[in-house]
Design a protein around this ligand. Structure first.
Ligand code: ASP
Length: 330
């Protein structure tokens, strides 16, 4: 038996690699105007984003897995009425709230995924998506049947008034009165969005999750990209983890999240080039707006968006952290 000898520098580098973890989150990208943000208002959102990314970091730092970390961060944002997911979800054209979510575990020879669409009463749709991934023979459940599945799994439910905030009611009434269809949550004066998280855990596993109330005044029955694996959410240990936000139908047509992974895998592109290219060429090039968060298996990470801002935050094992809406980090 021959043992390879390592230098102290090599051992340090190996320990860092084993201990490193990272999480990124988003709270939606949109056409928000910097001038309409008071410093106080901006602080409120930045604090919420920082708290959400820390919720995920608390799972990762003692060695928890990436799937639990993205679920935890997204649950925090679903419970926060500032964002368009769970409590605070936007209102569809039929006057109802219907939520979509998905989650993907990049570990294993074949990554696993779960998604739900059109659920009205489930407090944390991301946890329902995880339960679908874990326990169901299918990967996407819809409407009442998804809610029945949630009940069987013992997941929490809430009445309609829990989800519908006063601000969402006003936003919907303004959109209906103006005859606007399918408006992005961040258009005009209201700027809170879909939520998502991607994480790399200490064991080198990647995961992604996304949750949304969809687009204000969008047609009843519409299913967003956030419920569609490969479009709004994707994770695969061999390449990267991605969560998208924006005008979802462009992301569906582009199969945006998996397209980014294909570029990282097949073309060997780095994560920033891959994400920028897909957002620019396939979303922007088709006339769409939005963005994504992405972490590569290498630990490299990137936020890409073609809107003036994206609610976002990051945190890693070495104490690196930041939250931002526009260009600069705080
Ligand atoms: N992608 C979501 C949808 O199309 C909206 C968003 O990201 O804010 O429903």
């Amino acid at each position: 038996l021959t043992l390879k000898k390592f230098s102290l520098t090599e051992l340090d580098a190996m320990t860092d690699a084993v201990r490193s973890w990272r999480i990124l989150i988003h709270g939606g990208a949109g056409t928000l105007a910097r001038t309409s943000f008071s410093a106080e208002r901006e602080r409120t959102y930045l604090d919420a984003l920082a708290a959400a990314v820390e919720a995920g970091g608390r799972v990762l730092s003692p060695g928890g897995d990436a799937v639990s970390a993205v679920e935890e961060a997204v649950r925090y944002l679903e419970d926060c009425p500032l964002f368009n997911a769970g409590r605070g979800a936007v209102v569809r054209a039929d006057g109802r709230i219907a939520m979509d979510a998905s989650i993907m575990d990049g570990a294993g020879p074949v990554p696993r995924a779960g998604a739900v669409a059109g659920v009205c009463s489930i407090r944390n749709p991301v946890s329902l998506a995880r339960a679908v991934m874990a326990g169901s023979r299918t990967s996407l459940l819809h409407g009442r049947d998804a809610e029945d599945f949630a009940r069987d799994a013992g997941l929490g439910e809430e009445p309609p008034e829990y989800f519908l905030t006063e601000q969402r009611r006003r936003q919907f009434e303004a959109a209906s009165a103006a005859g606007k269809e399918s408006i992005l949550d961040h258009d005009g004066e209201t700027k809170f969005g879909t939520v998502g998280a991607v994480a790399l855990d200490m064991a080198g596993n990647l995961a992604a999750a996304t949750s949304t109330g969809g687009l204000t005044n969008s047609p009843a029955g519409r299913i967003s990209d956030s419920a569609q694996i490969g479009a709004g959410t994707f994770a695969d240990n061999a390449t990267c983890a991605v969560s998208c936000t924006g005008e979802g139908d462009y992301f569906v047509r582009a199969t945006a999240a998996s397209r980014i992974a294909c570029r990282v895998g097949a073309n060997g592109a780095n994560i920033a080039e891959a994400a920028d290219e897909v957002i620019e060429k396939y979303i922007g090039g088709a006339g769409g707006h939005g963005g994504c968060i992405a972490i590569a298996a290498t630990g490299d990470w990137h936020f890409a968006f073609n809107t003036p801002g994206m609610y976002r935050a990051h945190l890693d094992a070495n104490g690196g952290h930041g939250a931002a809406i526009f260009g600069e980090w705080s």
